[in-house]
Ligand binder design. Structure first.
Ligand code: FMN
Length: 399
């Protein structure tokens, strides 16, 4: 693979030299771009000697072609390590005032970002917002890792190990097109079921898992339709987002958009009950107890299970106990090909978290545990397993 390695101006810039060497050992071509601040930490000479190539440092030092455009076109993947807080801000906002940030805008291939900074800088809402923007563009973010930081503090902020970054680069580079030509329909988020014109019943789903699936599918070349309940997330780039509010609206959009989809993933936490007749006027505050009667909402997954044809159908099971049994039951009763089961009710995985820990229960009888990882990483594992499952099911069908 032809890899562009962008080096930002942080203390971990010296580790980028190790990364460049490792990538070359693994047989890749590496060309390095350094920001001005990066050169305060490591000299371009180090990278030139390691890679045997010119190191790009100056946007205006043009010898023949417009260099940042030519370099962008010649390479398969852009990896940025270390990505400083400043560099992440520039990339997120599209500022183009040096070779690396201008090249980034001109580059159309996959991007891997490995942040490294002080823990407070990492946790600052500005950095977290920029992170969300970069993830929403489909870029793979590796790390940061937790541990002792150069500033003397301990926490999240260390550059991920060069091996982990190199693995992520290879996974990202190798996977760009395995969903090309495929339409993937994904539902995400909660639904809101009105109780009156101003109140509603809902749940704690953040939509992060469904959005991560949409980002991963788009990054792997799929046409993605994301039917989303109300969430606080930026629409992923290159994904058709259809906003809905209620279970009934979600059902309607699922069946309107089902046609070309070969893979259907129901990651939304759809309300099970709703008020069949919503009052026209706001319920008045009274001292007396009131009761409301709830009817079941349409079971979209079961309906899809009956009408799925050749499609792969994936359901989610958020359970507080008996995870695998409940997932297997759901798989069988709803005619799914895979159920992604996760325990909810814990503290730092599940609904609102950026991380998750799941078991993939498959139609073949297998159950695959995916240990704690980012939702984007889990999304990729789900697609890896789905593609394998499809091959197994086709082979069984042929026999
Ligand atoms: C000694 C020193 C270490 C630094 N380490 C980091 C770091 O690890 N991460 C970071 O985001 N910024 C770090 N900074 C601040 C960046 O160098 C500064 O924000 C710079 O503008 C980043 O430039 P860039 O956009 O070219 O990466 C450090 C600054 C100094 C003086």
């Amino acid at each position: 693979m032809k890899i562009l390695l962008g080096v930002g101006g942080g203390i971990a810039a010296y580790k980028a030299a190790e990364l460049a060497r490792l990538l070359m050992e693994r047989g890749h071509d590496v060309e390095v771009v350094m920001t001005g601040a990066a050169q305060d930490f490591v000299r371009p000479l180090t990278f030139a000697a390691l890679t045997g190539r010119k190191v790009h440092t100056d946007l205006f030092a043009i010898e023949s072609a417009i260099e940042h455009i030519a370099v962008a076109e010649e390479h398969d993947l852009l990896a940025i390590a270390p990505a400083t807080a400043d560099l992440m801000a520039k990339l997120a906002h599209g500022q183009a005032d040096d070779f690396l940030s201008t090249l980034y805008l001109a580059f159309t291939g996959p991007v891997v970002v490995a942040p490294a900074m002080n823990v407070n800088m990492w946790e600052h809402p500005a950095t977290q917002k920029n992170l969300e923007t970069l993830q929403g563009r489909g870029h793979r973010v590796v790390g940061p890792a937790e541990g002792y930081l150069a500033c003397g503090m301990t926490g999240l902020g260390r550059l991920a190990e060069p091996e982990a970054i190199a693995d992520a680069i290879e996974r990202e580079g190798g996977k760009r097109s395995d969903l090309e030509g495929e339409t993937v329909l994904i539902t995400a988020g909660p639904t809101q079921e009105p109780l009156d014109p101003v109140r509603y019943l809902s749940n704690r789903s953040s939509g992060k898992m469904g959005y991560a699936l949409a980002v991963a599918a788009a990054a792997r070349g799929a046409d993605v339709v994301l039917i989303s309940g109300p969430v606080q997330l930026a629409p992923p780039r290159g994904v058709k987002v259809i906003p809905v509010r209620t279970a009934v609206e979600m059902r309607e959009q699922v069946f309107l958009n089902l046609g070309p989809a070969g893979i259907v993933i129901k990651a939304a936490a759809v309300a099970d009950f709703h008020l069949a007749r919503v009052p026209d006027q706001k319920l008045k505050k009274t001292a007396a107890r009131i009761s409301v009667e709830l009817d079941p909402t349409p079971d979209i997954l079961a309906e899809l299970g009956r009408e799925k044809g050749d499609r792969l159908l994936i359901g989610f099971a958020a359970e507080t106990q008996n995870l695998q049994q409940e997932a297997r039951r759901k798989l069988e009763t709803k005619n799914c090909d895979m159920v992604v089961a996760n325990l909810v009710g814990g503290n730092d995985t599940g609904f609102e978290s950026d991380q998750n820990e799941v078991v993939l229960v498959l139609r073949t009888g297998e159950a695959i545990s995916v240990s704690r990882a980012s939702k984007r990483e889990i999304a990729d594992r789900i697609f890896d397993q789905l593609l394998k499952l499809r091959l197994t099911l086709h082979a069984a069908h042929e026999r």
